[in-house]
Design a protein. Sequence first.
Length: 445
Amino acid sequence: MQSILILGAGKSSTYLIDFLLESAGPKQRTVTVADVSEKIAAEKVKSNPFASAVAIDIDNVQARQSLIQKSDLVVSMLPAFLHPIIAKDCLDLGKHFFTASYESEELRKLGSDIKAKNLLFLNECGLDPGIDHMSAMRIIEQEKKEGNEILSFKSYCGGVLAPESEDNPWKYKFTWNPRNVVLAGQGVSKYIQNGQNKFIPYHKLFERIEKVSFGKVGDFDGYANRDSLRYRSIYGLESIPTMLRGTLRRSGFCQAWNVFVQLGMTDDSFESDFPEDITYSGFLNSFLPFHPSKTTVEKLREYLPGIDQEVMSKIEWLGLFSNNKLPLTKGSPAAILQKILEAKWQLNLTDKDMVVLQHQFEVKGSFGTKEIISSLVCKGENQEYTSMAKTVGLPLAIAIDLFLDGKIKYRGLQIPVQKEFYEPILNSLEEKGIVFEEIEKPKKP
């Protein structure tokens, strides 16, 4: 029997586990779900006779490697910083390794050894990265096949709220890892436009936004991801004049979030130790210049004069002008801000999340120049079966199924940009309701 080990039973693993459990019996496979909490793992396994749930301490090397040794294929749904540890175990023990996360520099260093052992280490097979790669490559290769030239490619993706659940001024709640949301965009974002390399430092990122429209679900703001340049060669678009990959938030979010960036409240590089009785207003005030008599609101308006009333309303709704006691007094500014946001941006039982993804192509051919807009809108069902879990987990589960069926022959360190990956995975996703709508139109002069 083929044995699959899934490390991590968090929110994003729900659809992944369900998919693999459904085929476990018919395909004579066993599935082991390991998590810090055996109870959470057991809830995901649902008494399936071909599955087991176990508790795991990642720091216990012997126990961790023993689990991996018993498996044919290991799926890491753990936080990204733990992937290299699991990948190194898989390499040493001769096991295949699959994850939805970005291919890291640590894994690239293992590339030649992975290939030498004839193993498949598949990364970036979730939503973003993952579905974005595969859906883009399907269009890119089709246009190239027809002899056309791609002049511009922009791709934006976001995990947001379904319109019916946008019940706060930010029109946002946490649908995935809160820490990643708070730290999003840090570093320098790089892309190319009209043949010129462009760089956006973090403190300017949320001021450089583009409007992205999705018809019935409305407009969003797109801001650049960290490094779009490396994907030119990955996508086979080495000489493309314009290429940008970005993240989506509901219109108005970025202007308000930029206040936190400008003040330094998303900084994770140092730890603060506030008095036990400090208030929300006191926390915000600690990032503003001193004045003996002005209020926090007055100082904020003076320090960042571009703030409008809509932005002030968002900040006020979070309670940051209040005298309520701060829920966390020790930690980095980012950690304290995250704690504040977790209380306000928590999904309610009836809330539904939504994934929005859009590719924008400009293509030149014998017909002249055309635009291709390819859009995906996927709504979640409830708090457990979210669109984020669906779009992150299903592509990875389908890839695992195809590989164990012998339908994927690639080995080495890979991301799913080859047709052998993306064609069957996208076809299966369409059967699950994850479908892109494409619009082609002549480009206006």
